[in-house]
Ligand binder design. Sequence first.
Ligand code: NG1
Length: 405
Amino acid sequence: MKKSSQTSLSLFVQHFGPAEPKHLTRAPGRVNLIGEHTDYNGLPVFPMALQRGVSILFAERDDATVRLANLDRQFPACSFELSDDIEPDAPGAWANYVKAAAQALCRRHGSLQGFDGVVSSDLPVAAGLSSSSALTVAAALSLLHRNDIHMEPLELMELVARGERYVGTEGGGMDQAICLGGRPNTALKIDFEPPPLRLNPTPVPSDWQFVVAHSMVRAEKSGAARDTYNQRGAECRDALRRMTERLPEAAGASRYADLMALVSLKTLVAAADSVLEDPQRQRFRHVITEADRVEKAREAMVAGDIEVFGRLMCESHESLRNDYEVSCKSLDELVDIAMSSGAKGARLTGAGLGGCIVALCAAEQTTALVEALSREFYAPRNVSDPQAEHLIIAEPSGGASVIRL
Ligand code: NG1
């Protein structure tokens, strides 16, 4: 057993007595390479699963109770009863991500039996690396395993994605899909429309390296950041409605994917200038150009063209900063440092408003890039060992699973 599992085990004994936990669920975080704020508009994304994630060490219970302790002391222990109508804790409470999975599975499968578990994580929290969905997926898999229920991966991805809206964020389906569907050495382009979602595995060239760097600004998806996130979604829906009402060639389109299939990108960008006002015009322009960049980025990865992939990442960042307005000073600074230190491309990743950037470099440039970020961004902030927490040399990794110990 690894050191972290041993610590989980002692916390388990401390909270739940000597019963032996026999199962370990592990769900990875993810880094989205390109395709930001597109998923909830039904447009594609291009993430990969990370080597870091959330784990639950658990023992089965013979009743409908779930009890959880967390190795991270900032998250207090919690306990609740499984049902199809579970009362949420206060907004932002970590237990809500577990309750989200539990309620969704109870609604789908009827009454379930619970477990006692200890949660641990080596992902930074509120960093845009999807620690929340990793927890939701880990809870869902633990419950399914406890109750001997098999679900097809695509059905589970959609159920958990809808289920996580329980926490109050009107998210898309990217995080749950990559967390369950991740594969080693592979990024996945994920298409949402028309349903069911489709995973398009794309090998990451072995001479490319993605590096993730935390801005040290927390992007909490509760409170103000959640409101901004949901507001962006509403602005995008409003923009789509107006465009389909006003553009004769878009008549009948009810989704972004239909609109983009019917009308060229160039025509849509020009039409938006006359049909929409800011901020709807800006949000619309980001969403449709970003979806286009996802397709081009996948082609560039297949062709091994690191220059084109990098350029698309930089365009994505500019669009997120200027049109979607979800960057911040520290994210921009990280992107600038990366771009002047050998990166081929860099952009904010995840929802933004803090959290991380992802940079792409040729593998042999990795050390120089990491050193520059350490020296120019982290040292002035008194972080002496950024790789312990804030800097991740990303390894495209496999999806979530449960193992018997
Ligand atoms: P993060 O970065 O984990 O907050 C959120 C959404 C994604 C996606 C991105 C922006 C959830 C669970 N995750 O991710 O679906 O919309 O923002 O691209 O809501």
